[in-house]
Design a protein around this ligand. Structure first.
Ligand SMILES: [Fe+2]
Ligand SMILES: [Fe+2]
Length: 337
């Protein structure tokens, strides 16, 4: 069987999962989440100054990267359309997914515009640069594409929700968690398609998962100054290797897909599985090492700041309200989305 044949065999499963998605996800309106009154007296001509919205620069970086990632939607659609085709249930799903994704940049941009958390001029220039480049991951087969989007939708959910918790604004938290809920629904659909694909052709799918875990990149690649923003986001613990390992690779790849328990693999797939398990372990060790190094340097910086007279601004721990994180599957079993 070739990858296209496997995708065709998954069509009935996709139809069932789309029905579940439509039954569980709820209609929502970006304008209802935006605190319009905060726009106040400022006009478009008011020059932006970061003192208007003091915050940890890492949180500002994360808002910037998360929104620009959503802005690249035309190219994600292009990739999905090319991989899965525009016909039957796959095309219908790609168009529905695109319509849902469109709300994400609308609500985040409107929120950032009225709260003035990001310089609107810099943001628009970055959007023009990002969308003019149109750089997005391009998986080599449709099965690789399924594995990639399963991982990426969950990564996006984690990044949006973690950012929302750190904004120190209930309206901002509501915006980011609403978007995160959508991403979670998308993840669940793709995750369960991969599960079904593993039952049909475990060897082909495990090789695709191995490639996608090895090459995985957050889709922000191509954003202006992406590396420095990504570093700030990682140091703040919003999204780093430790999070990637603990919240994606272990619960989804190892536990949910049960990669280590698969039977009847071809010799090539056996090798891919061994590389994959080794890779996941290495990511975990590197993530823990980096997180503890950054925690140490952050503690040292905080000590220095506390002794300085200008340590007025709240630190990250003080502004992050403890909010219980719902499990990935909670939204499938709960009645409110
Ligand atoms: Fe999105
Ligand atoms: Fe999504």
């Amino acid at each position: 069987m070739d990858p296209a044949g496997l995708i065709a065999q998954l069509t009935p499963t996709l139809e069932t999962l789309v029905d579940r998605h439509l039954a569980k996800s709820k209609e929502w309106f970006p304008h209802e989440l935006v605190p319009w009154e905060r726009a106040g007296e400022r006009t478009a001509a008011t020059e932006w100054d970061e003192s208007e919205a003091p915050m940890d620069p890492a949180v500002r970086s994360s808002l910037f990267v998360n929104l620009l990632t959503e802005d690249n939607l035309p190219y994600y659609f292009q990739t999905i359309d090319k991989m899965f085709g525009a016909g039957d249930a796959w095309g219908a799903w790609a168009r529905r997914w695109t319509a849902e994704e469109g709300r994400h940049s609308i609500v985040i941009r409107d929120y950032l515009t009225v709260t003035r958390m990001i310089d609107p001029v810099a943001l628009e220039r970055a959007r023009m640069a990002q969308v003019s480049n149109g750089i997005v991951p391009d998986p080599i087969t449709p099965v690789d594409g399924l594995a990639y989007v399963a991982l990426q939708e969950l990564a996006t959910r984690i990044a949006h929700r973690a950012t929302g918790k750190l904004i120190d604004d209930p309206a901002g938290y509501a915006v980011m968690s609403r978007v995160g809920t959508d991403e979670n629904f998308h993840h669940l659909l793709y995750r369960d398609l991969v599960t079904a694909a593993l039952e049909i052709d475990p060897s082909m799918v495990v090789e695709a998962i191995e490639r996608q875990v090895t090459e995985f990149e957050m889709p922000g690649t191509g954003i202006v100054d992406f590396d420095s923003h990504a570093l700030a986001i990682a140091k703040a613990g919003i999204y780093d290797l430790k999070v990637h390992h603990e919240q994606i690779l272990v619960p989804v790849v190892l536990r949910h897909w049960g990669i280590e328990e698969l039977e009847g693999l071809t010799p090539e797939a056996e090798k891919a599985r061994a590389r994959l398990v080794k890779r996941i372990d290495r990511v975990g060790r590197a993530g823990r090492r980096m997180a503890s190094r950054w925690a140490e340097s952050e503690a040292a910086a905080r000590d220095r700041a506390e002794t300085a007279a200008d340590a007025e601004r709240p630190g990250r721990d003080e502004i992050s309200a403890p909010v219980a994180e719902p499990s990935i599957d909670a939204e499938l079993t709960s009645t409110s989305a």
